[in-house]
Design a protein around this ligand. Structure first.
Ligand code: SAM
Length: 215
C-alpha cells in the first residue's frame, strides 16, 4: 500500500496538470451521476485523486467524504476545495481496504478509475454494498484491461516488477464481463451501463449499480 501511495503522490502534480482524455465523456459521466444525486445525500468517494469529481458534485449533495492513499493527491484536492470555498467536502488519507465505515452510512459511493488498481476488487465492491443504505447507488468507471490488451498477464507481471522497484502502481487486469459479474454477485442491480464509443474496448466502463431496497 505504501508503495502505491508513494507512486501516486510522486505523480500527483503531473496527474493534476494532464488534460482529460475526453472532456465530453467526462461531462456525460458527471451529468449521469448527478441524475442520481439529491441535496439530502451523504456521498463517499474512494480513490478520489485530486478531488476534481467530488468538488463538482459537492454543491449537489449534503456531504461528501473523499479518501485517497496519496498525500500528494490530497494536498491538491484540499487546495482546490479551499480555493472554491467548498465546505461540505472532507478529504481523508485512508485506503479503501482499511478504512472502517459503519454499514448503511452513505446514499451514494463513487469509485472512479480505481477498481482496476486494487488487489481485491471484489472485497471493495462488497464493502461499497455494505456501507450503502438500502436503495443507495454505487457509481464506477473502470478500465477493463483484459478486454483490449491481449498480453494482460504479461502486463500484470511487469506491473508486479515495476511496482517492486516503485515505478508503477498495482494493476489488476479483468474484463467487463468479470466486472459486471462481481458487482452483481455483491448484491447490486445494474441500473445503467455505458462504454463510450471510440478507442474500442479501451474506454472505461461506466456503471451505476443499485443496492436493493430490502436486504
Ligand atoms: C487513476 S487515479 C484516479 C483518481 C480519480 N478517481 C480520478 O478519476 O481522476 C487512482 C487514485 O486512487 C488512489 N488509490 C490507489 N489505491 C487506493 C486504495 N487502496 N485506497 C484508496 N485510494 C487508492 C491513488 O492514490 C490515486 O489517487
Amino acid at each position: 500500500m505504501e508503495k502505491d501511495a508513494r507512486f501516486w503522490s510522486r505523480i500527483a502534480e503531473k496527474y493534476a496538470a494532464t488534460p482529460l482524455p475526453d472532456e465530453a465523456v467526462y461531462r456525460k459521466k458527471i451529468e449521469v451521476t448527478q441524475e442520481y444525486l439529491r441535496p439530502d445525500m451523504n456521498v463517499f468517494e474512494f480513490g478520489c485523486g485530486t478531488g476534481s469529481t467530488s468538488i463538482i458534485h459537492a454543491p449537489k449533495v449534503r456531504y461528501i467524504l473523499a479518501i485517497d492513499i496519496a498525500d500528494g493527491m490530497l494536498e491538491i484536492a484540499e487546495r482546490k476545495a479551499r480555493e472554491q470555498k467548498i465546505s461540505n467536502l472532507e478529504f481523508k488519507r485512508a485506503s479503501i481496504e482499511e478504512l472502517e465505515i459503519e454499514r448503511h452510512s452513505f446514499d451514494a459511493v463513487l469509485g472512479l478509475s480505481i477498481l482496476h488498481l486494487l488487489k481485491d476488487k471484489d472485497q471493495v465492491i462488497a464493502k461499497a454494498f455494505r456501507i450503502l443504505k438500502p436503495n443507495g447507488v454505487f457509481i464506477t468507471s473502470t478500465t477493463c484491461i483484459a478486454d483490449f490488451f491481449k498480453f494482460h498477464k504479461l502486463l500484470t507481471w511487469c506491473g508486479t516488477f515495476g511496482r517492486f522497484i516503485g515505478l508503477l502502481p498495482r494493476v489488476n487486469a479483468f474484463g467487463r464481463e468479470e466486472l459486471e459479474a462481481s458487482i452483481k454477485s455483491a448484491g447490486f442491480h445494474l441500473e445503467y451501463k455505458w462504454q463510450p464509443e471510440g478507442k474500442g474496448k479501451a474506454q472505461a466502463v461506466f456503471i451505476v449499480a443499485r443496492k436493493p431496497d430490502t436486504p
